[in-house]
Design a binder for this molecule. Structure first.
Ligand SMILES: Cc1ncc(COP(=O)(O)O)c(C=O)c1O
Length: 479
């Protein structure tokens, strides 16, 4: 300790002070910088989650919440899953860290083998990481280095989509198409271009599916050609886009995009950070949409949140460009201290086996259909524009008039108000001003869904009865 350091309380005093800390006191909880949160607001009524089980959380005051969004599209096998907890405890007794700079570890090798087994197509090589933003950064860097090492060093442009989200770090943010997230940090890297997403309910090209012949996919080819194909490295897309309100493409979209990319030697990257590991009713959305990309970014549900875990799955063609004699210097020029962490890898193996052996993909499809029915049954409230998504990733676009698709004024923040009211009623969902989403753990039961809907409807009724919405049209029809 240097003379300029502040005095530190004696060790025993420090320990007992921490044990007795008033967790909800603004001066304590306000030390944290939570994600995208105005902390001065948050500290007034902080949600502090203490424990969880299955599809439920409890906060430090003992209040129960139904987890309608799997943490944040993470806890696919549910909270406190015994198989995953046991696997981590067992791993903890053997090895908790090994340096990925120069060593593999058994848990990481097992996880990579399991991923190669379940991955679509020939995506058999794995870069293990700790978070989704790392995964999208890695996919972008792999694309750039791949082209450099296969005779196309001028390919540096990355095409992504408006409304998409690919992470918070600078490269991932460059690919992100949500200006709200980007504007504080602009200008960003010069590599990125954006195209419109396949948003049939509000087609950016003012076309109608299927007469449009999926123009939004075909027009990506025009962008590549206008930019000069010899400069375009990759297209990165979420199979289903969360941030724009669970934007779900028509079935032809990805097969067309695959052919466009193939024609111009452009890599197709699926950001499956949300959709991977069973969320859409298949292990990967690549299977749901019957398209094999060159790279898959995974995260969130990969380890169900029991340890920070993410990955990029790499096709044989791309991986081959990084394999050669030492002196050729072809190795992937990228690394992270915690990639392939044994505890996280053990959690990943256990979580994936749980999905497979407990039939959670099948449960996801069945419960997804049930939840969709329930969300569609909200129609008499006359605020449901469209219910969309796949499996247990479902979103509701909120509108002022479902007949004309007239949106609510953004300033009313109807989605945000519903989410806040739902929280008061003990249900956690994801929302933005004009949509909300439900994506419960894949273990969810019909009874859990029924209870979620009771709380959701209570929230909707509360928001609709209060200014500025105050639209009582729904009430007689509904009851
Ligand atoms: C589609 C998608 N990609 C990437 C990310 C970034 O993941 P992380 O927050 O783990 O860095 C997210 C996070 O929400 C995401 O939804």
């Amino acid at each position: 300790m240097s003379p300029s350091d502040p005095p530190v309380a004696a060790e025993a005093t420090l320990r007992s002070a921490l044990e007795e800390l008033d967790l909800a006191a603004p001066e304590n909880v306000g030390r944290l910088l939570l994600d995208f949160q105005q902390m001065s607001e948050y500290v007034n009524d902080p949600l502090i989650i203490e424990r969880a089980e299955g599809v439920r959380y409890w906060d430090v005051r003992g209040k129960e919440y139904l987890d309608g969004i799997s943490g944040i599209y993470v806890v696919n096998v549910g909270h406190r899953n015994p198989r995953v907890v046991a696997a981590i405890k067992q791993q903890l007794d053997t090895l908790s860290f090994a340096p990925p700079l120069h060593a593999a570890n058994p848990a990481a090798i097992r996880l990579a083998s399991l991923l190669a087994e379940i991955a679509p197509g020939d995506l058999k090589t794995v870069k293990l990481l700790s978070g989704g933003s790392e995964a999208t950064e890695v996919a972008i860097k792999l694309s750039l280095q791949f082209h450099r090492q296969t005779g196309n060093p001028a390919k540096y442009k990355i095409i992504s989509r408006y409304k998409g989200y690919h992470g918070a770090t600078l490269g991932a943010l460059g690919a992100t198409g949500t200006s709200r997230r980007r504007k504080v940090f602009e200008p960003l890297l010069p590599n990125f271009l954006r195209v419109h997403p396949p948003h049939c309910y509000r087609c950016p090209y003012e076309k109608t599916y299927p007469d449009c012949e999926v123009y939004c996919a075909r027009t990506v080819e025009q962008t590549i050609e206008m930019e000069d194909p010899s400069t375009v490295a990759a297209v990165i897309v979420e199979p289903i886009t969360n941030t724009g309100g669970i934007i779900t493409p028509p079935p032809e979209y990805f097969p067309i995009l695959r052919r466009v990319c193939d024609r111009h030697n452009v890599l197709l990257i699926f950001d499956e950070v949300i959709t991977g590991f069973g969320r859409t009713g298949e292990m990967f959305a690549a299977q749901t949409f019957q398209t094999v990309p060159d790279l898959i970014c995974a995260g969130k549900g990969m380890g169900s949140g029991y340890g920070p875990l993410a990955a990029v799955l790499v096709s044989n063609r791309v991986a081959a460009a990084f394999w050669g004699p030492q002196e050729a210097e072809l190795e992937f020029a990228h690394g992270h201290t915690f990639g392939g962490n044994p505890l996280s890898a053990a959690a990943g193996v256990a979580s994936i086996l749980e999905i497979l052996e407990r039939g959670l993909l099948d449960n996801c499809r069945r419960m997804g259909a049930y939840l969709r029915q329930k969300l569609e049954a909200l129609a008499p409230y006359r605020i449901v524009g469209e219910v969309r998504g796949r499996g247990l990733m479902l979103g509701v676009e909120l509108v002022r008039n479902p007949d004309t698709r007239e949106p609510f004024p953004p300033a009313w923040n109807v989605g945000g108000r519903i989410a806040k009211a739902a929280l008061r009623h003990g249900l956690i969902i994801r929302a933005d001003q004009d949509w909300f989403a439900l994506a419960p753990p894949l273990i969810v039961t019909p009874e859990d869904i029924d209870e979620m809907l009771v709380r959701l409807e209570a929230a909707i009724e509360e928001v609709m009865a209060a200014p500025p919405v105050r639209t009582p049209v729904w009430s007689n029809e509904r009851r």
